[in-house]
Design a protein around this ligand. Structure first.
Ligand SMILES: *Cc1c(COP(=O)(O)O)cnc(C)c1O
Length: 383
């Protein structure tokens, strides 16, 4: 661990990489097959097994996966997709990529997920899909969302990029909707460097995604290995959203220890909640729904009161070696969303209020109880 003036440095996030990752990546490098090889196949199969879905299609990023899922679901110009303003911007951007319109619905003030009770009022004749985001590691209210989807015949694409392994009533995120997307950027529960996965139980969506990620080449179950005659045949407008073999190799090593990776995050989150207990007058600590298992992409507190502003607090904690971040800004207030749709301050007050007070604390494997006590002490001292 790096030190400044004898002080430990706490990054916000850090991947957990070991010998298994090194060995598998080296195997790929020495094999000379750096793309479209057997490692991607293995990674997809093992990932689908963990995710409880029939199919998994590895892609170059979570954002690429969301884009493909929307295309595969048939969403396009003139369509509306209901989603949350409180998310990483990629979830709403993917709706813009296909020429559709994101329709934001206010969030729940305790879980920060889309408030499913407010979705029905936002449904119009143009609504084609709901894109819920399981925020920070906790499932959205999928029972109600799926009920509405059935009633109005809407597609559901789950953005599970922050919530790998999370469950609701024992059922994993990514198994509720038509398709779901998981991301493997280095700050997520598991990583491949850059990377993502589209998961689904639908053969049709799966085959469409396999084609879309590979320049629109027609789907073939043996294609990945035998580059054969269809290499220059393109059935549709496709993309290069393939995952490379080095990333897949890292992914295999990571998915094989996913239970450990998630369990450790849960332990750290519980230590934070213990250390911050009794401070409800100044902090809102994360709420885990009764039916949910949270897998802690981030541990986010809301600063409810105190003598300094949230952004000053971030600077002060930084001086003490503690990295924190204001996760997340509300998407509707991003410059180009305001310009495109005329959004303004006050349109989604709960989302904005969470955006203005949220503080993500360091979370990564290796943080000890002592570290967490120190981080919390410094936080409380400064507030
Ligand atoms: C990380 C993330 C993504 C995108 O993943 P990338 O792999 O970085 O493209 C999408 N949605 C949410 C909510 C995320 O947190």
């Amino acid at each position: 661990m790096k030190k400044i003036k004898d002080k430990k440095i706490y990054p916000l996030a850090k991947p957990y990489i070991g010998k298994d990752e090194e060995k598998l990546v080296l195997e790929v490098l020495r094999s000379g097959v750096l793309s479209m090889g057997g490692k991607t196949d293995i990674f997809e199969k093992e990932f689908a097994q963990f995710a409880d879905t029939k199919y998994a299609c590895a892609v170059s990023s979570g954002t690429a996966g969301l884009h493909m899922a929307l295309i595969a679901a048939g969403i396009g110009p003139g369509d509306e997709v209901i989603t949350t303003p409180f998310s990483f911007i990629a979830s709403a951007n993917s709706i813009l990529y296909v020429g559709a319109r994101p329709v934001f619905v206010e969030i729940d003030p305790l879980t920060y997920n889309i408030d499913a009770n407010k979705i029905e009022a936002a449904i119009t004749a143009k609504t084609k899909a709901i894109l819920p985001v399981h925020i920070f590691g906790q499932a959205a209210d999928m029972d109600l969302i799926m009920k509405l989807a059935r009633k109005y015949k809407l597609k559901v694409i789950e953005d599970a990029c922050e919530s790998l392994g999370a469950t609701r009533n024992g059922k994993k995120v990514g198994t509720f909707g038509d398709m779901a997307v998981v991301a493997f950027y280095p700050n997520k529960q598991m990583t491949t460097g850059e990377g993502g996965m589209v998961i689904t139980n639908s053969k049709e969506y799966y085959e469409m995604c396999v084609s879309l990620r590979n320049q629109g080449r027609p789907y073939s179950s043996s294609f990945w290995h035998s580059k054969g005659g269809s290499w220059l045949t393109h059935a549709r407008l496709g993309y290069n959203y393939r995952m490379d073999e080095m990333s897949a190799a890292v992914g295999i090593a990571q998915i094989r220890k996913i239970k450990f990776l998630i369990d450790e995050r849960i332990k750290i989150a519980n230590l934070y909640s213990k250390a911050l207990k009794g401070l409800e007058n100044i902090l809102q600590i994360p709420m885990v729904g009764e039916n949910n298992m949270h897998t802690w992409f981030l541990y986010v507190v809301l600063i409810k009161a105190g003598k300094i502003k949230r952004d000053q607090l971030i600077a002060r904690l930084g001086e003490r070696g503690i990295s924190t971040k204001p996760y997340l800004p509300s998407i509707h207030l991003a410059q180009f969303y305001k310009k495109l749709y005329g959004f303004k301050l006050g349109d989604f007050e709960i989302s904005e209020s969470v955006s203005n007070t949220a503080l993500a604390l360091p979370i990564y494997i290796g943080l000890t109880e002592k570290d967490i006590k120190y981080i919390c002490e410094q936080l409380v001292l400064l507030i």
